[in-house]
Design a protein around this ligand. Sequence first.
Ligand code: IPE
Ligand code: IPE
Ligand code: MG
Length: 239
Amino acid sequence: MDVYGYELLEEKMPKHVAIIMDGNGRWAKKRMMPRLYGHRAAMKTVHNTVKLASDLGIQVLTLYAFSTENWSRSKEEVDGLMSLVVEYIKREINELHANNVILKIIGDKNHLPLKVIKAVDSGMHQTEKNSGMILNIALNYGGREEILHAIKKMIRDGIKDDEITEDLMMQYLYTANQPDPDLMIRTSGEKRLSNFLLWQNAYSEFIFDDVLWPDFDAKTFCRLIAEYQNRDRRFGAVK
Ligand code: IPE
Ligand code: IPE
Ligand code: MG
């Protein structure tokens, strides 16, 4: 199919796309505006990206919204980001539901402000019986925290060492029952993982693009999916 000028093959559509939405602060700075202006602009990009991913038949979309390291930002920015998350869920949840999207939050939910916990719980509850795309929002997410959380839970469940397999480990991660990301995108030109999906990204195709997240549009997304579809995924084998 031709989407925004890119020939995308349905059979090669990534099942799971993960995105590190980076560059909001720099986008705002270029406009001599406060960082939160960039985070607010980012919400529109999230809206459009979710809609396009769902229309393209992507099964899982994971968006990195707040890392376990992001608490070290100013209180003003952290509070602003938390309020935007609540605003996003309240504003978008009915449309997500109408589009059959399942909302999930991945990360350590316990340490989020109560208003955020309430909004995400209600959003997850409303959409849990849907059967369309899974939208994972990574909130207070850290790959290392996720792995430690999984190990602690295995121990509490009395799992024996010889019962621990890769499949079992995957069941204990926040992304249980989901395929690993096929495509991992980071915007803004930074080339690092910043503690994102450390286990799950073992064999993802990585694309680092210079676009700042608020400027990421449908055409950019299609260009990156087309690039992904041209990659040769060998998984260690020789063809
Ligand atoms: C990404 O944009 C959003 C979050 C981390 C919440 P940044 O806020 O990191 O923007 P830059 O990297 O400073 O431009
Ligand atoms: C990663 O971006 C986290 C999110 C996008 C939510 P950061 O901007 O926080 O990461 P660093 O500081 O560049 O590694
Ligand atoms: Mg950043």
